[in-house]
Every structure is written in structure tokens, then in C-alpha cells.
Design a binder for this molecule. Structure first.
Ligand code: VGL
Ligand code: ZN
Length: 201
């Protein structure tokens, strides 16, 4: 069985959002095409949703003296400081209008104040699972197609974990956009994914 994973296609990651990904809105059209293709083929559609409590530890606002973009630490792990984003039950955390999600299964992440969660499978400390792997395995999914935001964070870690968990993974590059905090971050992320066996299309 095949499944499509739509990574964090949420308002706060779109232009004008709290953690805007440059040209993030360009993934919507590609995502909708992929959703239609998957539905036509009887494949599954899954969406991940960044879903933080308002006092999440990855927010610069919660860390004295830190600014967005700084590299700090959270509960023993290196942690980039982010602007407040994707706060639970705010419009910024909503999926983008115009994304044809239909009955896609949604997996939320980043709910634990003490640890960030870039991957759709596990938090950054691998302390907890979202249930995505078990859900896919229960449906005998072996092949994943991934698109969304951000290439250099949540897309990358979702794809790498998927490879480590044994899935065949195809990344649709034109359906991804990155934060690019430092120039070259997206290119390096793509190299890392390729090196892990992700097929970049
Ligand atoms: C993301 C930074 C913080 C992402 C989520 O979706 O790539 N990046 N939270
Ligand atoms: Zn986040």
C-alpha cells in the first residue's frame, strides 16, 4: 500500500504567517495534485500538524534573552529558537484553506512543552511516537510520498525517520519549500535525504 504524507501545510508556515517559509504557498497546488492522484489510486493520505502549547519550549518568547533564529538548548537537546507558531486552536495552526485534505488522517506533533518534534513520527529526542508508524504499518503501507514544509526541518526529519523505519520514500521537490535560516540549508537537507535512500523527484 502507498501513502502520501503532507507535512505541516499550515497557515503559520505560509507567507504572512508567524514562521513564514518563503514561497511556502507554492506547495499547495502540488499537494492537491498529489492528493487527487493518491485518491484515484486508492492510496492513503495523511497530514502532519505542528501543534504547540502556547508556552512551548522551542519558542524564543519562553527563553530569557533568546531571539528567533538563535541556537539554544531545550531539555538537553540543541534547539533552534522559533517565533511563537502553530499554537493549538489558533488559526495559525489550521491547515491552509484550499488544501483538499478531505478525510486525511491527521497526526499532531510538538505537543510536549519540553521537546520539539520536527518528524511526523517521533519527537526530536525519540521520547515518544505520534502513532503514524503504527497507523501506516497496520495498513500495510510500505511506500511513502512526502511533500510540504519545511524542507530543512519537518520534511527532512520525517523523510529520514521514514527511511530508518523501512519505508520506501519519494520526496516531491516541487511540493516542498524550506526555511533556509542559513544559505544552503535546503540543499544540505536534500543531500542528507538522498544519502539515506530517499528518492528525490
Ligand atoms: C517546523 C520549525 C518549527 C516545520 C516546525 O514544520 O518544518 N519548523 N516547527
Ligand atoms: Zn514547530
Amino acid at each position: 500500500m502507498k501513502a502520501l504524507i503532507l507535512v505541516d501545510i499550515q497557515n503559520d508556515f505560509m507567507p504572512g504567517g508567524a514562521l513564514a517559509v518563503p514561497r511556502g504557498d507554492e506547495v499547495i497546488r502540488v499537494a492537491n495534485t498529489l492528493i487527487a492522484d493518491h485518491r484515484r489510486d486508492g492510496a492513503l493520505v495523511v497530514a502532519t500538524q505542528d501543534w504547540h502549547p502556547a508556552n512551548h519550549g522551542s519558542f524564543a518568547s519562553q527563553n530569557e534573552g533568546q531571539n528567533a533564529g538563535d541556537l539554544h538548548e531545550l531539555d538537553g537537546l540543541p534547539q533552534v529558537m522559533w517565533p511563537d507558531h502553530c499554537v493549538q486552536d489558533t488559526s495559525g495552526a489550521d491547515f491552509v484553506d484550499g488544501l483538499s485534505l478531505g478525510d486525511a488522517e491527521v497526526f499532531r506533533k510538538g505537543t510536549d512543552v519540553q521537546v520539539d518534534s520536527y518528524s511526523g513520527f517521533f519527537d526530536n529526542g525519540k521520547r515518544g511516537a505520534t502513532g503514524l508508524d503504527a497507523w501506516l504499518k497496520a495498513r500495510e503501507v510500505s511506500s511513502l510520498t512526502i511533500c510540504g514544509v519545511a524542507t530543512d526541518y519537518c520534511v527532512k526529519f520525517t523523510a529520514l525517520d521514514a527511511r530508518a523505519l523501512g519505508y520506501d520514500v519519494r520526496l516531491i521537490l516541487e511540493g516542498c519549500r524550506g526555511v533556509e535560516l542559513a544559505p544552503g540549508d535546503c540543499a544540505r537537507a536534500i543531500d542528507e535525504m538522498r544519502a539515506a535512500g530517499v528518492v528525490v523527484v
